[in-house]
Design a protein. Sequence first.
Length: 316
Amino acid sequence: MNLLITGGAGFIGSYLCEHFIARGDRVFCLDNLITGDMANIKSLLKNTRFELINQDVTQYINMPDPLDFVLHFASPASPIDYANYPIQTLKVGSLGTHNALGLAKAKQAVFLLASTSEVYGDPLVHPQKESYWGNVNPIGPRGVYDEAKRFAEALTMAYHRKHHLSTRIVRIFNTYGPRMRTNDGRAIPSFITKILQGESPVIYGEGTQTRSFCYITDLRDGIIRLMNSSIHEPINLGDTYEISILELAQKIISLAGQFSLPVIYKSLPVDDPRVRQPDITMAKKLLEWSPKVSLEEGLRLTIEWFKSGIEVTSIK
Protein backbone atom coordinates (compact mmCIF):
# COMPACT_ATOMS: atom_id res chain seq x y z
CA MET A 1 0.00 0.00 0.00
CA ASN A 2 0.88 3.67 -0.33
CA LEU A 3 0.12 5.78 2.75
CA LEU A 4 0.44 9.46 3.57
CA ILE A 5 0.75 10.12 7.31
CA THR A 6 0.50 13.76 8.35
CA GLY A 7 2.33 14.41 11.62
CA GLY A 8 4.33 11.27 10.90
CA ALA A 9 7.37 12.48 12.84
CA GLY A 10 5.27 12.90 15.97
CA PHE A 11 4.86 10.50 18.87
CA ILE A 12 1.99 8.39 17.53
CA GLY A 13 2.65 9.05 13.85
CA SER A 14 6.18 7.68 14.01
CA TYR A 15 4.96 4.34 15.40
CA LEU A 16 2.56 4.07 12.47
CA CYS A 17 5.32 4.95 9.99
CA GLU A 18 7.51 2.21 11.47
CA HIS A 19 4.73 -0.36 11.35
CA PHE A 20 3.88 0.17 7.70
CA ILE A 21 7.53 0.31 6.59
CA ALA A 22 8.19 -2.97 8.44
CA ARG A 23 5.19 -4.47 6.67
CA GLY A 24 6.60 -3.55 3.25
CA ASP A 25 4.37 -0.58 2.44
CA ARG A 26 5.41 2.80 1.04
CA VAL A 27 5.04 5.69 3.49
CA PHE A 28 4.99 9.42 2.84
CA CYS A 29 5.52 11.28 6.13
CA LEU A 30 4.33 14.89 5.98
CA ASP A 31 5.45 16.98 8.95
CA ASN A 32 6.57 20.58 9.50
CA LEU A 33 8.39 19.50 12.68
CA ILE A 34 6.84 22.14 14.95
CA THR A 35 6.23 19.45 17.56
CA GLY A 36 7.47 16.42 15.61
CA ASP A 37 11.03 15.17 16.05
CA MET A 38 13.45 13.89 13.42
CA ALA A 39 14.83 11.46 16.02
CA ASN A 40 11.50 9.60 15.91
CA ILE A 41 11.96 8.69 12.24
CA LYS A 42 15.78 8.62 12.01
CA SER A 43 15.85 4.84 11.49
CA LEU A 44 13.49 5.17 8.51
CA LEU A 45 15.24 7.93 6.54
CA LYS A 46 17.50 5.62 4.52
CA ASN A 47 14.66 3.29 3.58
CA THR A 48 13.72 3.73 -0.07
CA ARG A 49 10.04 3.15 0.75
CA PHE A 50 9.99 6.07 3.19
CA GLU A 51 9.84 9.73 2.19
CA LEU A 52 9.79 12.75 4.49
CA ILE A 53 7.88 15.75 3.16
CA ASN A 54 8.83 18.75 5.31
CA GLN A 55 5.67 20.79 4.91
CA ASP A 56 2.79 22.38 6.80
CA VAL A 57 -0.40 20.43 6.09
CA THR A 58 -2.34 23.72 5.92
CA GLN A 59 -0.55 24.39 2.60
CA TYR A 60 -1.54 22.70 -0.66
CA ILE A 61 -0.25 19.11 -0.80
CA ASN A 62 1.23 18.17 -4.16
CA MET A 63 1.20 14.39 -4.33
CA PRO A 64 1.64 12.80 -7.78
CA ASP A 65 1.81 9.24 -6.42
CA PRO A 66 -1.30 7.09 -5.87
CA LEU A 67 -2.47 6.68 -2.28
CA ASP A 68 -4.48 4.01 -0.52
CA PHE A 69 -4.73 5.75 2.87
CA VAL A 70 -4.40 9.27 4.23
CA LEU A 71 -3.87 9.23 8.01
CA HIS A 72 -4.26 12.72 9.49
CA PHE A 73 -2.27 12.89 12.74
CA ALA A 74 -0.83 16.40 12.38
CA SER A 75 -1.57 18.70 15.32
CA PRO A 76 -0.04 20.08 18.49
CA ALA A 77 -1.42 17.68 21.09
CA SER A 78 -0.34 18.74 24.57
CA PRO A 79 -1.48 21.68 26.72
CA ILE A 80 1.92 23.37 26.41
CA ASP A 81 1.93 22.92 22.63
CA TYR A 82 -1.50 24.33 21.94
CA ALA A 83 -0.86 27.17 24.41
CA ASN A 84 2.27 28.05 22.43
CA TYR A 85 0.66 27.48 19.02
CA PRO A 86 -3.05 28.31 19.42
CA ILE A 87 -3.61 29.63 15.91
CA GLN A 88 -1.59 26.84 14.28
CA THR A 89 -3.66 24.31 16.27
CA LEU A 90 -6.90 25.76 14.93
CA LYS A 91 -5.52 25.95 11.39
CA VAL A 92 -4.29 22.35 11.32
CA GLY A 93 -7.68 21.16 12.57
CA SER A 94 -9.55 23.20 9.96
CA LEU A 95 -7.42 24.03 6.89
CA GLY A 96 -5.14 21.04 7.44
CA THR A 97 -8.04 18.62 7.72
CA HIS A 98 -9.65 20.18 4.64
CA ASN A 99 -6.44 19.72 2.63
CA ALA A 100 -5.96 16.14 3.81
CA LEU A 101 -9.58 15.26 3.03
CA GLY A 102 -9.32 16.86 -0.39
CA LEU A 103 -6.22 14.79 -1.12
CA ALA A 104 -7.94 11.59 -0.01
CA LYS A 105 -10.92 12.42 -2.22
CA ALA A 106 -8.68 13.12 -5.24
CA LYS A 107 -6.77 9.86 -4.73
CA GLN A 108 -9.88 7.84 -3.80
CA ALA A 109 -8.04 6.89 -0.62
CA VAL A 110 -9.41 5.93 2.78
CA PHE A 111 -9.14 8.86 5.20
CA LEU A 112 -8.51 8.37 8.95
CA LEU A 113 -8.74 11.30 11.36
CA ALA A 114 -6.89 11.26 14.65
CA SER A 115 -9.36 12.92 17.00
CA THR A 116 -9.19 13.04 20.78
CA SER A 117 -10.99 12.44 24.04
CA GLU A 118 -10.79 16.23 24.48
CA VAL A 119 -13.90 16.52 22.29
CA TYR A 120 -15.75 15.47 25.47
CA GLY A 121 -14.30 18.44 27.41
CA ASP A 122 -14.85 18.28 31.17
CA PRO A 123 -17.38 15.46 30.90
CA LEU A 124 -20.67 15.26 32.76
CA VAL A 125 -21.00 11.61 31.68
CA HIS A 126 -18.58 8.99 32.99
CA PRO A 127 -17.14 6.91 31.40
CA GLN A 128 -17.41 8.65 28.04
CA LYS A 129 -19.30 6.91 25.23
CA GLU A 130 -19.05 7.93 21.59
CA SER A 131 -22.69 9.06 21.75
CA TYR A 132 -21.86 11.72 24.37
CA TRP A 133 -21.73 15.22 22.85
CA GLY A 134 -19.38 16.69 25.43
CA ASN A 135 -19.08 19.66 27.78
CA VAL A 136 -16.55 21.99 26.13
CA ASN A 137 -15.70 25.64 26.79
CA PRO A 138 -15.17 26.90 23.21
CA ILE A 139 -13.39 30.12 24.26
CA GLY A 140 -11.24 28.78 27.12
CA PRO A 141 -7.47 28.22 26.81
CA ARG A 142 -8.01 24.56 25.90
CA GLY A 143 -10.73 25.44 23.41
CA VAL A 144 -8.30 25.87 20.52
CA TYR A 145 -7.52 22.14 20.62
CA ASP A 146 -10.97 20.89 21.63
CA GLU A 147 -12.80 22.87 18.97
CA ALA A 148 -10.20 22.19 16.26
CA LYS A 149 -10.80 18.47 16.71
CA ARG A 150 -14.58 18.84 16.95
CA PHE A 151 -14.55 20.81 13.69
CA ALA A 152 -12.25 18.21 12.09
CA GLU A 153 -14.72 15.48 13.01
CA ALA A 154 -17.63 17.47 11.55
CA LEU A 155 -15.70 18.12 8.32
CA THR A 156 -14.72 14.47 8.02
CA MET A 157 -18.32 13.35 8.38
CA ALA A 158 -19.41 16.01 5.84
CA TYR A 159 -16.97 14.56 3.28
CA HIS A 160 -18.26 11.09 4.05
CA ARG A 161 -21.90 12.09 3.58
CA LYS A 162 -21.52 14.53 0.67
CA HIS A 163 -18.68 12.92 -1.31
CA HIS A 164 -19.11 9.31 -0.10
CA LEU A 165 -15.48 9.31 1.03
CA SER A 166 -14.47 6.25 3.04
CA THR A 167 -13.56 7.75 6.41
CA ARG A 168 -12.55 6.63 9.91
CA ILE A 169 -12.41 8.70 13.13
CA VAL A 170 -10.44 7.56 16.17
CA ARG A 171 -10.96 9.37 19.47
CA ILE A 172 -7.64 8.86 21.23
CA PHE A 173 -7.54 8.85 25.02
CA ASN A 174 -4.32 9.56 26.95
CA THR A 175 -1.51 7.59 25.32
CA TYR A 176 2.06 7.21 26.56
CA GLY A 177 5.31 5.41 25.91
CA PRO A 178 8.84 5.88 24.57
CA ARG A 179 9.43 8.92 22.32
CA MET A 180 7.26 11.28 24.32
CA ARG A 181 8.97 14.65 24.68
CA THR A 182 10.30 15.47 28.13
CA ASN A 183 8.90 19.01 27.96
CA ASP A 184 5.50 18.47 26.39
CA GLY A 185 3.61 19.14 29.61
CA ARG A 186 1.70 15.87 29.84
CA ALA A 187 1.61 14.03 33.14
CA ILE A 188 3.67 10.90 32.47
CA PRO A 189 6.70 12.44 30.69
CA SER A 190 6.69 15.39 33.11
CA PHE A 191 6.61 13.14 36.17
CA ILE A 192 9.26 10.75 34.82
CA THR A 193 11.63 13.54 33.80
CA LYS A 194 11.51 15.31 37.14
CA ILE A 195 11.64 12.13 39.22
CA LEU A 196 14.65 10.72 37.35
CA GLN A 197 16.43 14.04 37.86
CA GLY A 198 15.72 13.86 41.59
CA GLU A 199 13.14 16.67 41.50
CA SER A 200 9.67 16.62 43.02
CA PRO A 201 6.84 16.08 40.54
CA VAL A 202 4.27 18.88 40.29
CA ILE A 203 0.64 18.01 41.00
CA TYR A 204 -2.03 20.45 39.83
CA GLY A 205 -4.94 20.87 42.20
CA GLU A 206 -5.17 18.11 44.82
CA GLY A 207 -4.33 15.41 42.29
CA THR A 208 -7.77 13.83 42.59
CA GLN A 209 -8.55 14.32 38.89
CA THR A 210 -8.45 10.98 37.10
CA ARG A 211 -7.10 9.78 33.76
CA SER A 212 -6.85 6.48 31.89
CA PHE A 213 -3.54 5.78 30.12
CA CYS A 214 -3.07 3.54 27.08
CA TYR A 215 0.36 2.24 26.03
CA ILE A 216 1.43 3.31 22.55
CA THR A 217 1.63 -0.16 20.95
CA ASP A 218 -1.90 -0.97 22.10
CA LEU A 219 -3.17 2.26 20.56
CA ARG A 220 -1.25 1.60 17.32
CA ASP A 221 -2.84 -1.84 17.02
CA GLY A 222 -6.30 -0.39 17.60
CA ILE A 223 -5.77 2.25 14.91
CA ILE A 224 -4.73 -0.43 12.41
CA ARG A 225 -7.83 -2.47 13.22
CA LEU A 226 -9.97 0.63 12.67
CA MET A 227 -8.23 1.33 9.34
CA ASN A 228 -9.09 -2.17 8.15
CA SER A 229 -12.73 -1.87 9.21
CA SER A 230 -15.61 -0.06 7.49
CA ILE A 231 -16.67 1.98 10.54
CA HIS A 232 -17.33 5.63 9.73
CA GLU A 233 -18.60 6.82 13.11
CA PRO A 234 -16.06 7.87 15.80
CA ILE A 235 -14.52 5.09 17.89
CA ASN A 236 -12.92 5.49 21.33
CA LEU A 237 -9.50 3.91 21.79
CA GLY A 238 -7.92 3.92 25.23
CA ASP A 239 -7.40 1.96 28.40
CA THR A 240 -10.26 1.72 30.88
CA TYR A 241 -8.03 1.48 33.97
CA GLU A 242 -8.62 4.78 35.79
CA ILE A 243 -6.11 6.33 38.18
CA SER A 244 -5.83 9.67 39.96
CA ILE A 245 -2.96 11.96 39.01
CA LEU A 246 -1.60 11.80 42.56
CA GLU A 247 -1.63 7.98 42.49
CA LEU A 248 0.11 8.08 39.12
CA ALA A 249 2.90 10.27 40.48
CA GLN A 250 3.33 7.99 43.48
CA LYS A 251 3.47 4.92 41.22
CA ILE A 252 6.19 6.46 39.05
CA ILE A 253 8.17 7.49 42.16
CA SER A 254 8.03 3.87 43.33
CA LEU A 255 8.91 2.35 39.94
CA ALA A 256 11.84 4.76 39.55
CA GLY A 257 13.14 3.86 43.02
CA GLN A 258 13.02 7.47 44.28
CA PHE A 259 11.02 6.68 47.40
CA SER A 260 11.78 9.79 49.45
CA LEU A 261 10.60 12.35 46.89
CA PRO A 262 7.68 14.53 48.03
CA VAL A 263 5.22 16.03 45.53
CA ILE A 264 4.63 19.74 44.95
CA TYR A 265 1.10 21.12 44.59
CA LYS A 266 0.14 24.01 42.30
CA SER A 267 -3.14 25.57 41.21
CA LEU A 268 -5.33 23.58 38.84
CA PRO A 269 -5.31 24.97 35.25
CA VAL A 270 -8.52 26.42 33.79
CA ASP A 271 -10.94 23.85 32.34
CA ASP A 272 -8.77 20.89 33.35
CA PRO A 273 -11.08 17.84 33.09
CA ARG A 274 -11.92 16.22 36.44
CA VAL A 275 -12.35 12.74 34.99
CA ARG A 276 -11.36 10.94 31.82
CA GLN A 277 -12.15 7.29 31.06
CA PRO A 278 -13.19 5.75 27.75
CA ASP A 279 -16.11 3.45 27.23
CA ILE A 280 -14.56 1.04 24.69
CA THR A 281 -17.58 -1.22 24.27
CA MET A 282 -17.73 -0.39 20.55
CA ALA A 283 -14.02 -1.06 20.00
CA LYS A 284 -14.31 -4.42 21.76
CA LYS A 285 -17.40 -5.41 19.79
CA LEU A 286 -16.65 -4.01 16.33
CA LEU A 287 -12.83 -4.18 16.23
CA GLU A 288 -12.27 -7.02 18.69
CA TRP A 289 -9.72 -4.75 20.34
CA SER A 290 -8.80 -4.09 23.93
CA PRO A 291 -5.53 -2.97 25.57
CA LYS A 292 -3.01 -5.66 26.53
CA VAL A 293 -0.20 -3.74 28.28
CA SER A 294 -0.83 -2.99 31.97
CA LEU A 295 -0.09 0.49 33.30
CA GLU A 296 2.75 -0.84 35.48
CA GLU A 297 4.40 -2.69 32.58
CA GLY A 298 4.00 0.28 30.27
CA LEU A 299 5.44 2.68 32.83
CA ARG A 300 8.45 0.42 33.37
CA LEU A 301 9.16 0.40 29.62
CA THR A 302 8.69 4.16 29.40
CA ILE A 303 10.91 4.89 32.42
CA GLU A 304 13.69 2.73 30.95
CA TRP A 305 13.51 4.65 27.68
CA PHE A 306 13.63 8.01 29.47
CA LYS A 307 16.61 6.82 31.53
CA SER A 308 18.62 6.43 28.32
CA GLY A 309 18.38 10.16 27.67
CA ILE A 310 18.21 11.63 31.18
CA GLU A 311 20.96 11.81 33.78
CA VAL A 312 19.43 9.94 36.70
CA THR A 313 19.89 11.36 40.18
CA SER A 314 19.76 8.97 43.11
CA ILE A 315 17.88 10.27 46.15
CA LYS A 316 19.16 9.05 49.51
